[in-house]
Design a protein around this ligand. Structure first.
Ligand SMILES: *Cc1c(COP(=O)(O)O)cnc(C)c1O
Length: 350
């Protein structure tokens, strides 16, 4: 186990998130017993995995005397929503720089305004939570460069800004998932489970990298299988490995073997946030069998990966798999078109 006690931290969730068995989904798929770690139930506005990262990132910002946060993401960024929610809790200013979605075929559309955001989902919440500014940039823009420019402007006004990277994924944010690894191992032990694998969405990689470091440091050899939401395996694994290395180094831990990082690139379709048939099926299946909502950008695609691996026989009846529910449900309402073509007809009432 890693001792995080000495590292500054804020607290945004009261206690652990549940680890729940999904018997109806497991029966429907006819493969392993599937359990779910409900990080969609974390604290701050509507929860999700960024809440754990922000406990460490905001503590670092406050330790540096920051009075304003700046962060970046997509127009439906859960990370931007939760950073803003944390800013409201802490009485900090918060500026968001967001990138327009890709066009339907996964092609960047160039200048800002080519694919303007709808006033719904997380984008609506940016407004309700009173973001001090929301700048919408064209797809493919240098968001972090813009964040640094904005930070320089705030400094010139006498403020102390703190820039949080995409997804809160650096060696500080990843500590949230090092800690989650310990929490989860305790729950697995209490439930008496022999877990074959942990399946997790992998995006900016902080969640997967943190879990890998946390489990490895605790002496657990449970594999942490990433399902990529935007990149091929060849592009994603080095990102995860880099963050595993920098996180382990920051904690003075010995290096983590390279083969602990596996991040599959077969399930994101044509691009980040663009719907896939597997995602639509997975979101419907979790909802219909267990009453659990997934999101279309991360957990829906990761669950599509899990379902496919079960169908391919990668996990069998003797296995137990834990699926990380990392949140993101507000984004569901921004992408309803993805579901309308498979709408289930209501049974006629006579
Ligand atoms: C950001 C996010 C992820 C991906 O986590 P990373 O640490 O960026 O890899 C997964 N699910 C949801 C809902 C997210 O918002």
């Amino acid at each position: 186990m890693v001792n995080l006690e000495k590292i500054p931290r804020r607290s945004y969730t009261d206690g652990s998130t549940p680890l729940e068995h999904l018997p109806r989904l497991s029966a429907e798929l006819g493969g392993p017993q599937i359990w779910i770690k409900r990080d969609d139930c974390l604290g701050l506005t509507q929860g999700g995995n960024k809440t754990r990262k922000l406990e460490f990132l905001i503590a670092d910002a406050l330790a540096q005397g920051a009075d304003a946060l700046i962060t970046v993401g997509g127009v439906q960024s859960n990370h931007c929503r939760l950073t803003l929610a944390a800013a409201r809790r802490e009485g900090l200013e918060c500026h968001l720089i967001v990138e327009e979605d890709l066009g339907p075929e996964g092609i960047g559309l160039g200048p800002a305004g080519a694919n303007p955001p709808e006033y719904t989902g997380n984008f609506l919440l940016f407004d309700l939570l009173g973001a001090d500014s929301v700048t919408v940039s064209g797809n493919g823009s240098d968001l972090l460069g813009e964040a640094e420019t904005s930070a320089a402007e705030l400094r010139a006004e006498g403020k102390t800004p703190y820039v949080i990277p995409v997804g809160g994924s650096n060696a500080i944010g990843a500590l949230g998932y090092v800690d989650c690894g310990d929490e989860l191992l305790g729950q697995i032990e209490d439930a008496g489970l022999d877990v074959t694998a942990l399946v997790t969405p992998s995006g900016s990689a902080g969640m997967q990298a943190g879990l890998i470091v946390g489990l490895h440091a605790a002496g657990s050899d449970i594999p942490v299988l990433g399902i990529n939401v935007s990149r091929s395996r060849a592009d994603q694994e080095p990102k995860v490995v880099d963050l595993v290395d920098s996180t382990a180094t920051s904690l003075d831990l010995p290096p983590v073997p390279r083969d602990r990082t596996v991040a599959l690139g077969d399930y994101f379709g044509t691009g980040y946030a663009l719907p896939t048939e597997g995602m639509v099926e997975a979101v419907r299946l979790f909802a219909r069998t267990e009453g659990i909502l997934l999101d279309p950008v991360y957990t829906g695609k990761a669950a599509a990966g899990l379902i496919d691996l079960v169908r391919q026989g990668e996990f069998g009846a003797d296995d137990t798999v834990v699926f990380m529910h990392s949140g993101g449900v507000p984004g569901l309402y921004a992408r309803t078109q993805a579901f309308s073509h498979t709408r289930t007809q209501r049974r006629a009432q006579t």
